[in-house]
Design a protein around this ligand. Structure first.
Ligand SMILES: Nc1nc2c(ncn2[C@@H]2O[C@H](COP(=O)(O)OP(=O)(O)OP(=O)(O)O)[C@@H](O)[C@H]2O)c(=O)[nH]1
Ligand SMILES: [Mg+2]
Length: 408
């Protein structure tokens, strides 16, 4: 049976429907005392956690016969949180200083990060169009180049059609082609370049962060948390990836760095939905502005993951029926077309409201953002170009398109 059919069937018994008997949230996650607002100054250290391997776009179902996710290990010891690690202090420039100071440098870094994607795209363009007539054969080669650069079939076709309409039969140079390509790409990206707007009036605005493991969920939460702090918002992080102690520790370190309120599970494997319920209850009482909920990227299989995500949503709606206010799907640009697959799979599980695309530094597959925009039209809120807290930026269509083509 196709997996999608399986999920559709599962959704048929949608646990969010009122027919389901109420299920008390697990209360094994008492609110933890608030951490000090600022971590003490620390010497530099490499990133908080080692890179997680990027696995299949989605875990296959059903895998072996693992224990159900709701049952935590019986005698599991409490999560041992690490002693404060020697990390750099959270940089907290005044909110107004952040954007202007970074703007010029940011574009250079985006461009540098995209260099491999740019090379893939422009080397071929230069090869095809060194003073050449834009005929059928040239258009065909252009389309192949775009597809090979991960822009996807639909976007590549759309772009080539644009060329056909405006330039067909004319003699063109590679520079003209690059400039036109950048315009066409910017036109595709424009509608999806939308910021993740936090509405503090939600008190708090809940952002559920989902994605395959290793894509950068936890790091993206940390980066967003820093931005919100810089903007004067009070943020909380919920360590919803409760099975892995390392995941909890990683988020705690980031919470300390960024001055975010931290909500850990009471013990490894504790119920993520119960944790989220308690965290949201406390966050409301404490007047937090934004609550970022980390989630596991992979459970035993897809069904278990879907069940967990849907349960988290169902349970937090008992505190705030409008939550989560955003469901952010984090994608790793280095996985190319797998990212497209991941949007489909997660879109079937939950209502994804927007995307974060990470690891654009050093990825040769930055063109995939164009494929995502064309295929799904979901907002691309932010892009990640590095591992540091400041390496996350709002997605800007024009800059991205120019950067991808290596243009200024
Ligand atoms: N170069 C680069 N590395 C990144 C970026 N974003 C995240 N990473 C790194 O990718 C690795 C995985 O990031 P995590 O944030 O742990 O990913 P995750 O999705 O939370 O992973 P799981 O918790 O295992 O599901 C870490 O080493 C991060 O430092 C980025 O934009 N650029
Ligand atoms: Mg994580």
């Amino acid at each position: 049976m196709a997996l999608r059919d399986l999920w559709t069937r599962l959704r048929g018994s949608d646990p969010t429907q009122p027919s389901e008997p109420p299920e008390p949230p697990e209360r094994d996650n008492p609110p933890q005392p608030a951490p000090p607002p600022e971590a003490p100054p620390r010497p530099p250290e490499p990133p908080a956690a080692p890179p997680s391997p990027v696995e299949d776009p989605v875990p296959d179902a059903p895998a072996e016969t693992p224990p159900p996710f709701r049952e935590p290990p019986v005698e599991a010891p409490p999560v041992e949180l690490p002693p404060p690690s020697p990390l750099p202090p959270a940089e907290a420039p005044p909110p107004q200083a952040r954007e202007p100071a970074a703007k010029g440098g940011w574009f250079s870094r985006l461009k540098a990060g995209l260099a491999r994607s740019t090379a893939k795209l422009t080397d071929s363009v230069t090869g095809i169009f060194t003073k050449r007539k834009l005929d059928e054969a040239a258009l065909e080669e252009l389309e192949e180049t775009l597809i090979a650069a991960d822009l996807g079939v639909a976007a590549s076709r759309r772009i080539v059609e644009g060329f056909r309409k405006t330039r067909f039969g004319k003699e063109v140079t590679d520079e003209e082609v690059k400039a036109t390509l950048a315009d066409e790409i910017a036109a595709i990206l424009g509608p999806v370049a939308r910021p993740l707007v936090i509405e503090p009036a939600r008190a708090p605005h809940v952002v559920l962060v989902v994605g395959v493991n290793g894509t950068g969920k936890t790091t993206t939460i940390a980066k967003l948390g820093k931005q919100y702090r810089d903007d004067g918002l009070k943020a909380g992080f919920v360590a919803g990836d409760t099975f892995r102690a390392a995941a909890v520790e990683q988020l705690q370190v980031w919470a300390e760095r960024t001055g975010a309120r931290f909500f850990p599970p009471a013990k490894p494997g504790a119920d993520a939905a119960g944790l989220a319920f308690d965290a949201l209850t406390t966050a409301r009482a404490e007047g937090l502005d934004v609550l970022l909920v980390d989630t596991a990227g992979r459970l035993h299989n897809k069904t278990a993951l879907m069940e967990e995500l849907r349960k988290v949503i169902r349970i937090i709606r008992r505190v705030d029926e409008t939550a989560p206010h955003s469901v952010l799907l984090v994608l790793d640009a280095t996985t190319g077309q797998n990212a497209v697959q991941q949007v489909k799979v997660f879109g079937d599980m939950v209502d994804v409201t927007g995307l974060a695309v990470t690891k654009l530094d050093g990825s040769a597959k930055g063109g995939v953002v164009v494929a995502l925009a064309q295929e799904f039209g979901l907002p691309v809120h932010v892009v990640g170009v590095g591992e540091k807290a400041e390496d996350l930026r709002p997605f800007a269509a024009h800059d991205y398109a120019r950067g991808l083509l290596g243009l200024d």
